[in-house]
Every structure is written in C-alpha cells, then in structure tokens.
Design a protein around this ligand. Sequence first.
Ligand SMILES: [Zn+2]
Length: 175
Amino acid sequence: MNVFCGPMKSGKTTMLVAMAQQLLLDGPVAILSPAIDTRTPLARHGGAAPPDPVRDAVSKIADASQYDAATAGARAVLVDEAQFLPREFIDVFDAEERRLFVFGLDTDYTGRPFGIMPDLAALAEHITKLSGVCGRQGCTAPSTRSRRLSGGDALVVVGAANYSPRCQRCFRAGI
Ligand SMILES: [Zn+2]
C-alpha cells in the first residue's frame, strides 16, 4: 500500500489522476470514491475535468462489502478521499495484493489525524506527504493543515470551498 496524504489543495487529486492515467497503460484500474462524498468524483479545484478513461474507472463505495465488485478485474486500485471511509477498510487495504494507492487528508479541521488515515499510514509500505502553499494572504509557507472557513462543528463537511490550506504557524494562530 502506498499512502499519499496532505492538506486541502496539496495536489492529491491531480496526482491521483496522473497516476491513474499511467497505470491504465498497464491494464484495468479501479478508482474508489467514498459514497459519503457526493461531489463529482475527482472534481479538481479550478482545473480540467479528468480524462474519460479515468472518470470511467471511478466507483462510489460505502462499505467493504462492495470492495470486491468495485475492483473486479483491476490490476491496480486507487482510492480518493480515503479519510471518509469506515474503519473496516483498514483490513481490506492491508490485505490487498494488487498495487494500491490511497489518497486522503491526513488531518481534519481541528488538526487531529483524520479517520482511517493514521492507520493506513502506519501499515503502508510507502508514505508521501504532500503540501501546497499556505492560503493566508501574504504567507508563502508550505501548507500542512486544513482550516475550515464554514460548516460548523461537523467533522465531515466536504467541498474545497469550505476549507483553506494553512501552514502550521497560521493554523495554530487560527488565522
Ligand atoms: Zn501561513
């Protein structure tokens, strides 16, 4: 298992799409997207829509009982927004023998490890921490956290419009 994690707008989805395109040259690919995330899968923030072969490989998935059907015939599996998946997926991913690339937010808006991501990071053979640039005006430090701009106290509020990346310092300062 390969885990790619980082805050909002750190290039996770862009990397997922690029990797899926590459893997598709070798054979069928399954891309899983948590059903709780009702946005268009792989919707990129201000970028181009993913190419059709990539979009066609996406399945919405809610629980582990759907995993085998969603990945049948695939030679590689990619997972988007994995922080939203239930805990049963930890064992499913750990048992996967095909090439597996899991993407997700490593911390939630309170700055704590998000969902199953810390478990997946512990079990992964490789972890890549991605960062972008702090979203506070005038700050150019690398972003490692996601600051929520709206949405109350619910842990799961999806949509890039609700979040902005922050560097550690700005996040701690609450700005
Ligand atoms: Zn900053």
